[in-house]
Design a protein. Sequence first.
Length: 333
Amino acid sequence: MKRRRDIDVFSLSFLDCICCGFGAIILLFVLSKTAEPVILEEISEDYEGIVAKLQEELHEIQGEVQIFNRTLTQKKEQLSQEQEMLARLQGDLSSIRGEFAASKEDFSIQNTIEGRLVAAHQELSEEMQNVLGTAYRRPVTDSTIGGIPVDSEYIIFVIDTSGSMFSYAWERMIEELQATLSIYPEVKGIQVLNDMGKYMFSRYRGQWIPDTAGRRKVIMQNLRNWNVFSNSSPVEGITAAIRTFYDPGKKISIYVFGDEFTGESIAKVVDTVDRINGADAQGNRLVRIHAVGFPVQFIRAPNLQTTGIRFATLMRELTHRNGGTFVALNDFR
């Protein structure tokens, strides 16, 4: 009987395999432990960068929020001030409307009385002429209403159409023009220019507009929306009116309505008008010049009222030298 050979489980080959396996495991373990801190360090650096960036953005947002809050507070304060101002203006408007309603009736009655006085005065003058003869000349005091001579047969209106007048004093200007027309129940001709010498009715350029009730109505209607360019100086309109319409056989009056003079020299204007509007043998100027001043510029700060003061100075001198009257209003509403 043959004997079986014993198997040696701890042979050299087996030990080699076991050692190689443990070696591979140890090598993998070493490699994995070596790479892990690098990866963790990179992740840590990434998170720190993100946190820093977010903190920076947070600071920027907080700064913007503070700015917006300050702006909002300022806007609220500004809104509160404007609401208070609006309340005051509404109160002023209510007062003005009340005063206007009360004075409108008085104004209408005054115009009616003045118109009747003028009409009666003209009838009386005709009767006196029949009785006393054509050589009779009425005294100067008989030809004035409110200090303004009304003996002219032709009247020209020179109106400042600048933004300040049109925006603030236009309604009052229309009332004053209507009042002026009412003291002339009938004239031989009317003309309307702006302060630049531009005609309201181009088809009547260089001609007199016939005085009729219908034509007066059209003038008042067109006047409400007549907003043409103006340089806020009446000089061009005055000189154009004198040069174009002067006639030694006609009694002509110019009425200047405005609020400011922006020209360079008052003396130069006065000298120019003196030259073109000379006096006759009796010392009377060829054309009378009247003026009505609207105090629009005086609602501004004192250092911005210069052009209004210069207009008043110019008109006082021109009306004084040219046989007219300067009326300075104390309110343009």
